[in-house]
Design a protein around this ligand. Structure first.
Ligand SMILES: *Cc1c(COP(=O)(O)O)cnc(C)c1O
Length: 574
């Protein structure tokens, strides 16, 4: 809108200017019109003194600026901003303040109970120990910390959605191999390729292997990063700096679907890019290319599609998005962070799958997390580009530093070569056949879960699962009422979704072991049956909190809750 108004103004001025220069008649007419206008304005201000006219002009400008500011150049609509303003004022009222404070302190107590009291080492360390400990002592202590909350047991029982991606029958041998690799390269730093040439080569080989499975052409390139969030942040930086240099865009925006990962919001926050989030298609949970196209303007640098998206696990229509991106000459980032090492192998594993990688003309960058379905330890991901200039826009270069000419490809300066080596080991150990086998097992389990859910009365899949994530809701009862039974009673660690209320499980190798799918579906049926029989009952406890978190119109309260939660994660029990 703002661009449109500006464009129209420029066009008008240009037209008038053109008229002046070329047409004698037009010039005379304009001069006559200006003469009339002069008389009219002079008559209008005849009774005023000079200081009054000056004052009016200044005030007029201020008011005009205020009005323009009110409507244009904001991320949020006037309505949303008014709503927020009202809530901000309301929260200044002492009574409201006390009520919010009371609720927040209750929430804080709940967080402390679940994060600290239930699961914490009783002798927390709150200051530097005066005397260091020997290994025997330290090892015992480490084992105690490792046991808290029993994450290994929960993984073995296949109770955790996503999070720990390894976990089939060979997990112990695999862990041993990755640990040995890590130890071998523990003190390496890829910042110094001259000192660690082996690590340099392994990193280059990781990029080549990942570009290969995503069908990158001869110009495909990329970097190993610390995780999906960094891969996405770097892709956004690359688009920002590339389109600044080739098109002079100084006020960039990207267009995504609301289901895209928050890493894009975070990237835009850090990088000063506007993010335009377009609601998903409520029936298919996929991005709507035509709606996204309507939000493209001359400052748009890229579109984003996910393969699959995290909340519901379905794949956005990448081919359609790519065609749009190409026609506007902008980028398309395909977020395969979650899909990582499952989606490239779907067809080889015998499943139908849409095209999504560099074979699709218009796809200019892809992020893929080696630390998810690549089975590398946490702290590694790969960002890829279809041509070198984008990758160059990712680099940071400082030729004038007194410490020497400095340049890095990613956010980090020093970083762990052990993670590069462990990622390399994960890829070379699995090879294509290894990843195809894992994909077969995971997708088989995910489809069994989806088919099972379809048979449970009262439940409905959010969408047919394209990949490892299965999401469901209920049209009969409040689906959040399932969280008590599933999460608290049966111990499943699931992901609770909002807008609309739904739940998902991200199937990993841990769920492919004998009997896990059956036990999950059994628990699902057991939990759903009484809710289906009594659909009208109101949600209580945790389930009510999920519902409330979604229905509170003042989102700053939810931000306070998140702040409280994050603060709690830094507490050490005294
Ligand atoms: C996990 C994930 C990311 C990146 O998250 P990290 O935790 O930083 O690795 C991005 N997009 C999707 C869809 C994801 O699932």
């Amino acid at each position: 809108m703002e661009t449109l108004v500006r464009g129209a103004a420029v066009a008008l001025v240009a037209a008038i200017g053109y008229g002046f220069c070329t047409q004698g008649d037009f010039k005379d007419q304009c001069q006559a019109a200006l003469g009339d206008a002069r008389t009219t304005i002079n008559d209008l201000f005849a009774g005023f003194e000079a200081w009054q006219i000056m004052g009016l002009t200044v005030c007029g400008c201020i008011v005009l600026d205020f009005i323009i500011n009110l409507f244009f150049g904001h991320e949020e609509s006037l309505f949303t901003r008014t709503k927020k303003g009202v809530f901000r004022c309301a929260r200044k009222i002492p009574l409201v303040q006390r009520m919010v404070e009371k609720e927040l302190s209750k929430t804080r107590a709940d967080f402390e109970k679940s994060l600290l009291h239930k699961h914490a080492h009783p002798n927390g360390i709150t200051a530097m120990p005066k005397e260091g400990r020997k290994w025997d002592d330290l090892e015992k202590l480490l084992q105690e910390y490792a046991k808290i909350g029993d994450p290994d047991k929960r993984r073995e029982e296949g109770k955790v959605s996503g999070t720990i991606y390894v976990g089939d029958d060979d997990v112990d041998t695999y862990t041993d191999m990755i640990s040995k690799t890590y130890a071998m390269f523990a003190w390496t730093n890829p910042l110094h390729p001259g000192v660690f040439p082996g690590v340099r080569q392994m990193e280059a080989e990781v990029v080549r292997m990942v570009c290969d499975i995503f069908n990158g052409g001869p110009t495909a390139c990329g970097s190993v990063t610390s995780g999906g969030t960094e891969s996405i942040l770097l892709a956004c930086k690359s688009y920002r700096d590339y389109y600044h240099s080739v098109r002079g865009i100084t006020n960039p925006n990207i267009v995504t679907c609301t289901t895209a990962h928050p890493a894009f919001d975070k990237a835009c926050q850090y990088l000063g890019i506007h993010i335009r989030k377009i609601p998903m298609d409520p029936k298919t949970c996929r991005a709507r290319p035509s709606a996204m196209r309507r939000h493209i303007d001359s400052n748009t640098i890229a579109l984003v599609g996910s393969c699959p998206q995290y909340p519901h696990g379905c794949v956005d229509p990448i081919e359609e998005l790519a065609a749009i991106a190409k026609s506007y000459g902008i980028g398309l980032h395909v977020d395969c962070c979650l899909g990582s090492f499952v989606v490239p192998f779907m067809r080889k594993a015998g499943f139908d799958f849409p095209s999504f990688d560099f074979t699709v003309d218009g796809v200019t960058s892809i992020s893929a997390d080696t630390h998810k379905f690549g089975y590398a330890p946490k702290g590694s991901s790969v960002v890829m580009y279809s041509f070198h200039e984008l990758h160059h826009a990712q680099y940071s270069m400082f030729p004038d530093w007194p410490g020497g000419v400095y340049g890095t490809p990613t956010i980090a300066g020093s970083r762990s070569g052990a993670l590069v080596a462990a990622t390399w080991a994960a890829l070379v150990h699995h090879g294509e056949d290894g990843y195809v086998k894992c994909t077969q097992k995971i997708i088989k389990a995910a489809r069994e879960i989806a088919e099972g859910i379809k048979k449970i009365p009262g439940l409905r899949l959010m969408c047919e699962p394209d990949g490892p994530v299965v999401s469901w809701t209920s049209d009969v009862f409040d689906v959040y009422r399932m969280t008590h039974g599933l999460i608290e009673e049966h111990g499943w660690d699931l992901n609770v979704l909002q807008f609309p209320p739904s739940i998902h499980i991200c199937v990993t190798l841990a769920h492919t072991r004998e009997g896990i799918v059956e036990s999950f579906l059994n628990d699902m049926a057991k939990v759903a049956a009484p809710l289906f029989a009594n659909p009208g009952v109101k949600a209580e406890g945790g389930a009510a909190v999920y519902g409330m978190a979604q229905s509170i119109p003042d989102r700053t309260i939810i931000e306070d809750v998140v702040k409280t939660y994050l603060d709690t994660t830094y507490l050490v029990p005294a």
